[in-house]
Ligand binder design. Structure first.
Ligand SMILES: C[S@@+](CC[C@H](N)C(=O)[O-])C[C@H]1O[C@@H](n2cnc3c(N)ncnc32)[C@H](O)[C@@H]1O
Length: 218
């Protein structure tokens, strides 16, 4: 993989929609971090989940496919180099839509957890939104519906315990700039996202699904 993400690392570390927002609070609550909890943050990006879990006493290992994100371990979510059940909590936030093989990645998240898997990702809206996402960022693979997530979670041997939704508002200029999307591409992205754009054109919004799943006992 070329390190396109490494070039974006500072933008993602600074991104307000990644560093804060109530969706991050929900993810942290689902992870239930405290001293003695071993957590794995997969596709950590700017490290916002890891930081919050560490603040609450958890011992956290970070992974990311991009060396430029400076994770503890550089690896793909599809190939986690950890033994079965190594972590109490395995979490991945706003990254699964980049995974080439989501089924394999979910299998890996479930395998290395001994208790809980928490996933936050963008909910599938429409083919227009998918087209806009790919035009803005060619590393976008696919967003999934709640039904598709239910199948992915169950196929990985997990039981879905809780689903939350969070409406996330993106500053349009910042969102395009993070992926260096400019000119005609940016104009087309704005056209495609018009139904989800504010009247003044300054923001658009999508929905994040936040899932808490547990290792099946059987
Ligand atoms: C939007 S950022 C993640 C945001 C971060 N988790 C947060 O909460 O702010 C997406 C990250 O996914 C990583 N990534 C993309 N494909 C991956 C894969 N197959 N396995 C692991 N990481 C991947 C990228 O390198 C990037 O750092």
């Amino acid at each position: 993989m070329s390190d396109v993400w490494g070039e974006r690392a500072d933008a993602y570390r600074a991104s307000a929609t990644h560093a804060s927002d109530a969706d991050l609070d929900i993810v942290v609550e689902m992870c239930n971090p405290h001293a003695g909890v071993k957590a794995l943050d997969v596709a950590t990006g700017g490290g916002h989940v890891a930081r919050r879990l560490r603040d609450q006493g958890a011992e956290v290992v970070t992974t990311d496919a991009s060396p430029g994100m400076k994770p503890d371990v550089v690896c793909r979510a599809e190939d986690l180099p950890f033994a079965d059940g190594s972590f109490d909590v395995v979490v991945t936030r706003i990254a699964a839509h980049h995974f080439d093989d989501i089924g394999r990645a979910m299998g890996e998240l479930a395998r290395v957890s001994n208790r809980v898997v928490v996933v936050e990702d963008t909910e599938y809206t429409s083919e227009e939104v998918e087209q806009a996402e790919r035009l803005r960022d060619p590393t976008h693979v696919h967003s999934y519906s709640e039904e598709e997530w239910r199948t992915l979670v169950e196929s990985a041997g997990l039981e879905l315990e809780r689903v939350e939704r969070f409406r996330k508002t993106h500053d349009f200029d910042d969102w395009l700039a993070r992926c260096n999307c400019t000119g005609a591409d940016a104009e087309r992205v704005r056209e495609l996202l018009a139904p989800w754009t504010s009247d003044d054109g300054a923001t658009w919004s999508d929905t994040k699904l936040i899932l808490e799943a547990r290792k099946s006992q059987s």
